[in-house]
Design a protein around this ligand. Structure first.
Ligand code: PLP
Length: 486
């Protein structure tokens, strides 16, 4: 069968075929009509495929083989840390004592889960250098918004209502300006200088008494450490603004430097990146937010507290921004992050940073003779190349990314950050072996040679995938559904 001909699960359906039999009902049947308001009950049975267990397993196994994930190959996605997901995390998250809890259980009956959450908060406080942490936010962007809402409430509580602007560098992750806008602020962009760092002159120009906060990623999205961070903190604090740290990819500084010590007031982390939670495909994430003492009153409620040897939720928080997520946040992801931190230990977490930085610098130096290196200095966990040289040969960065698919690699992030022409942004992460890094570099070098000798093979890539080159905007905006009920 040609690979394209994989039928839809609905096309495999045969009336009356059964894949799974539910046990006999052994509790009284409930009349849903009495529970749900009128108009919410469906009138017709849902249209579901009818297939055997074997059919359904084969169908999804076949589809899964077309997917690219961390468990199937190298995934050097800059700015979005895709590292391996330790399998012990999965085992622990599946413990009955965690997985079978009900979110509405009485606090006294879930003390173990609350203890884990509390301990995780304590670890994250230590790792970030902040004074308190909330585990409620469900992802990085959600954490950004939560942090900004706290900053907003803080300024309002001080009667400081003219702080309507959030300053964001031009190299910031796209979620930063988006979160600022959703939190009701106006975004002001600050430029990067020729070294790829925030331009201090420009920062002084845009920061003032209308500044609510500066949102910063450090190392920035070029993988460069903001060397003037203490001076930047002085400028922003001096004007009465707060400092927000985007800690989505903390593996560049973990156990080496702490946002709290750099002067930051708020930080969010992506447990589904740095702390090895699986992510991608819209799966659950976790974006805890840490704050310094003066923002603690505004934390989302309820706040998890320890009272003697009991763990409880404190709802008596009159200045709280309120609840940002039902129940316990994405508890399963928090269990995974906790397991990771405990299995690594302090020395292990230090090695994370050292290996992440070493791997990135190693790859950058091996690739530098073949591509343009816009910032020729040590990088942290990631680095950017420019495909300018290849573009002159008629091969664009997009073509290089597509050609990598033929070598079995997920392409790196491209055309971001926007201030680098034909940008290719690579993050190897700490979890890859030297052999894997070398094999990827070899593929990149081969592509650079192809661009010179045989550009069509790159321009027309990919050649080996199930589907060739897509119109990406169309694919994202209008995923075509083939199945049409006759
Ligand atoms: C991934 C990422 C985010 C957003 O996190 P989500 O969990 O996808 O919402 C924010 N900032 C940076 C630097 C990131 O890499």
């Amino acid at each position: 069968m040609h690979k394209e001909d994989q039928p839809l699960i609905f096309e495999l359906s045969t009336e009356g075929r059964i894949g799974y039999s539910l046990p006999e009902m052994d509790i009284p049947e409930i009349d849903l009509g009495e529970l749900l308001p009128e108009g919410y009950l469906r009138e017709e049975e849902p249209e579901l495929p009818e297939v055997s267990e074997l059919d359904i397993m084969r169908h999804y196994t076949a589809l899964s083989k077309r997917n690219h994930g961390v468990d199937s190959g190298f995934y050097p996605l800059g700015s979005c840390t895709m590292k391996y997901n330790p399998k012990i995390n999965e085992n622990v998250a599946r413990f009955n004592g965690f997985a079978h809890l009900h979110p509405l259980q009485d606090e006294s009956s879930v003390q173990g889960a609350l203890e884990l959450m509390y301990d995780l908060q304590e670890h994250l406080i230590e790792i970030t250098g902040m004074d308190e942490v909330t585990l409620q936010p469900a992802a990085g962007a959600h954490g950004e918004w939560t942090g900004l809402m706290m900053i907003r409430s803080y300024h309002e509580a001080n009667g400081d209502t003219k702080r309507t602007k959030v300053v964001v560098p031009d190299s910031a992750h796209g979620t930063n300006p988006a979160s600022a806008t959703v939190a009701g602020f106006e975004t002001v962009t600050v430029k990067s200088d020729e070294n790829g760092l925030v331009d201090l002159e420009d920062l002084r120009r845009v920061v003032g008494e209308d500044t609510a906060a500066l949102m910063l990623t450090n190392p920035n999205t070029l993988g460069l450490f903001e060397e003037n961070i203490l001076e930047m903190a002085e400028i922003v604090h001096g004007a009465g603004g707060k400092l927000y740290y985007d800690g989505a990819n903390l593996n560049a500084v973990l156990s080496k430097a702490r946002p709290g010590d750099m002067g930051f007031d708020v930080v969010h982390l992506n447990l589904h990146k740095t702390f090895t939670g699986p992510h991608g495909g819209g799966g659950p994430g976790s974006g805890p937010v840490g704050v310094k003492a003066d923002l603690i009153p505004f934390l989302p409620k309820p706040v998890l507290v320890k009272n003697g040897d009991q763990y409880e939720f404190d709802y008596d928080r009159p200045q709280s921004i309120g609840r940002v997520k039902p129940y316990y946040g994405n508890f399963g992801i928090n269990v995974r992050a906790y397991t990771y931190i405990r299995t690594m230990g302090p020395d292990g977490l230090k090695a994370v940073t050292e290996n992440a930085v070493l791997n990135a610098n190693y790859m950058m130096r091996r690739l530098a003779p073949f591509f343009d290196l816009p910032f020729d200095r040590h990088c942290k966990h990631e680095f950017v190349l420019s495909g300018k040289r290849q573009k002159k040969l008629g091969v664009r960065t997009l073509d290089i990314a597509k050609r990598l698919l033929d070598f079995g690699y997920h392409p790196p992030t491209i055309y971001f950050p926007l201030n680098v022409e034909e940008c290719i942004m690579i993050e190897p992460t700490e979890t890859e072996s030297k052999e894997t890094l070398d094999a990827f570099v070899d593929a990149m070098i081969q592509i650079a040679k192809e661009a010179e000798e045989n550009p069509e093979i790159v321009q027309e890539a990919p050649h080996t995938t199930v589907i060739g080159r897509l119109d990406e905007t169309m694919a994202a905006r209008k995923p075509v559904l083939r199945y049409q009920k006759q």
